[in-house]
Design a protein. Structure first.
Length: 232
């Protein structure tokens, strides 16, 4: 298990984990793009959007199955959908190693997160930029990972929202209060400039899309972001 539910501080100097987002990859050459980062990526971040929870439509479970079959890398499946309770098993059945569901879309958060863990995967819960961090209090002890969105979900290439840093501080304080320290992931506008900031405020998993796949050398770009974060 990657998560740490011990008393270790959330902002410890543990290795920064990278999860490049294929949302910004070239979908006509996706296999080639993933192959460029898979050898050193900790996860491949798969953005699933349904056109309802987000103003965009992306990919589904068959795509996850193909990625799992083709690459020896853990899949971080981020469900930005209206009905995660009805669809989470689609992705678990296809080999997702980590499934993150949005708190805003859940009716029974504890049940869904527990179910993901019972299926043998890591359970993540995400919150949008305007969702109060305090609403996570009842799930931090059963979540392996908490994803703090640093942009409004739906599209790649957006600018980092500065108030994310305050929200990370709030989350770390909440985790300390609950004596539980899941991994903290940040998604949106992550690059070599923002990585040190989010890591210094408690993040350990960084999702980067356009800053990785928009570069001439995606693997080098990803590792530069990792080093920038670890330098914090």
């Amino acid at each position: 298990m990657l998560s740490d539910h011990s008393s270790q501080p959330a902002n410890s100097d543990a290795r920064v984990l990278m999860a490049p987002s294929i949302l910004s990859a070239d979908f006509l050459n996706l296999g080639e793009d993933v192959a460029k980062v898979a050898p050193t990526a900790d996860f491949i971040h798969v953005d699933v959007m349904d056109g309802h929870f987000t103003p965009n439509l992306t990919i589904g479970p068959a795509f996850v199955e193909s990625l799992k079959r083709s690459f020896n890398v853990r899949l971080d499946v981020h469900l930005m959908v209206d009905n995660p309770e009805q669809t989470v098993d689609w992705y678990l059945d296809r080999g997702a190693d980590l499934v993150t569901v949005h708190l805003e879309a859940l009716t029974h958060a504890n049940r869904v997160l527990s179910h993901i863990r019972e299926r043998g995967a890591l359970a993540g819960v995400a919150v949008n930029p305007a969702t109060p961090i305090c609403l996570l209090r009842e799930v931090v002890q059963i979540a392996d990972l908490i994803l703090v969105m640093s942009v409004n979900p739906g599209f790649g290439g957006q600018s980092f929202i500065p108030t994310t840093l305050r929200r990370l501080d709030e989350l770390c304080a909440l985790c300390d209060d609950m004596q539980s320290h899941p991994l903290i992931e940040v998604d949106g506008g992550i690059n070599t400039t923002t990585a040190p900031d989010v890591v210094s405020h408690g993040a350990r998993v960084l999702v980067a899309g356009s800053a990785v796949f928009g570069a001439d050398d995606p693997e080098h770009a990803m590792e530069s972001i990792r080093r920038a974060g670890e330098g914090a």
